[in-house]
Design a protein around this ligand. Sequence first.
Ligand code: AMP
Ligand code: MG
Length: 497
Amino acid sequence: MSRTLETLRFDNTYARLPEAFYAKLNPTPFEQPPYLVSFNPDAAALIDLDPAEAERPEFVGVFSGSLLVPGMEPLAMLYAGHQFGVYVPQLGDGRAILLGEVRNECGEKWDLHLKGAGRTPFSRDGDGRKVLRSAIREYLCGEAMHGLGIPTTRALCVVGSDDKVYRERVETGAMLLRMAPSHVRFGTFEVFYYRRQHEHLKRLADYVIEQHFPHLLKAEDRYARFFQEVVTRTAQLIAQWQAIGFAHGVMNTDNMSILGLTLDYGPFGFMDDYDPGFICNHSDHNGRYAFDRQPYIGLWNLSCLAQALLPLAAKEALKAALDTYEATLNRHYWALMRAKLGLERSRPEDETLIQDLLALMQAGRVDYTICFRTLGDFVTVSPSGKGNRPGADSALRDFFVDRDAVDAWARRYAARLRDEDSEDAERRRRMNRVNPKYVLRNYLAQRAIEQAQQKDFSEIDRLLTVLRDPFTDRPGMESYAAAPPDWGKRLVVSCSS
Ligand code: AMP
Ligand code: MG
């Protein structure tokens, strides 16, 4: 059944928690008239919202903070967090407001979280706003990650306005309607732990378990088991980031979702050329959140959460859960990487085979996404009779400067594939379902942003079309799969948003 804005079914569970958990307040509308920048019907479907609703002026009114619909109970959530390794006692939604929680026909609950909705008691020195550039990046990346099968927040729409917002330069503001089953973060637990408000801590844990881990409700050791599930989800999430070549950029504990979702898209980046030390956040001078440090940082962040749960669970049980992290992440990562190579069985030598390919890619500055996609065309049986040089018919060789090294690797790969009777065409189909053709490269986002700043929003929709289903070749849209042009390689993305 499709619903209108006025008939959305709200079930505001967070607003029922003690007042110490949030500050109730309404969004601050823009001063200049708001306009719809982009609408995502896929996200509308999650809350049973009729996509035709996006055409009503009320839609823009609601998602630019000037109109509330029945059932909304806006609030800013309190949290704290470790930022770049340092505990910051109070953060909270400084520029976002939870308008309410919608329950859909299937019983799933979705937070409607309006980002850029104005100052809140948690804004500190900030203006409570979000600039158009960062709203578009977050909007696109949530859908891109979802298309890739990676757990993430989603987004319903971006609404812009000509209100001036001051960052390194003057920009215009925008609001993003973000959706997730929950916006509780590691830092939501930390704030009550460090304030020694253990009753609130327990209340939060009970709430999260009841809402999102109901199968644990009756367990005596439910807090430890809940933590174990967060460890597993986080390990799996980060394994997915590593396999796809995604760097989050700001893995502070306040940006870590309790549900293992990719949360808070700021200076994130998909790798172009393979570089394990890739730092996507220009403000991250020490590379704390460099690509290859993400697995370790995930563990570090989980240790912070474990610390915060000490009043609720036995130290040994929390420690035991933490100890499973590395193995879970590795198991998941290598399984994903084997699938990227089209290997169906697991062999001890696989890790070396994969690592050697990555080393070749790093040495040759080869594009990560394009290289894996092209690997799908690898042939063990050469139609042109060059069968003694496996892979010779594929474009793969052309990416590498050191042809002898890549040929030697290709011989090992071909032998490994023959060993499991891999059939070229069937393997290609399988590989093309895990090696995306399209990822949200910075330069693609930048092009859409620059056009949007000129009030042409069409590029956002075109990008969404390829990112929604990034594994399917789209005739006429090949350019979206291209490596960045020179200007696109030099783009700088900082925390400022
Ligand atoms: P982020 O880096 O976006 O994860 O934000 C870290 C913290 O700073 C959160 O508490 C945000 O709500 C807050 N924050 C970021 N930008 C602003 C802003 N422009 N105004 C108010 N608070 C902000
Ligand atoms: Mg954040």
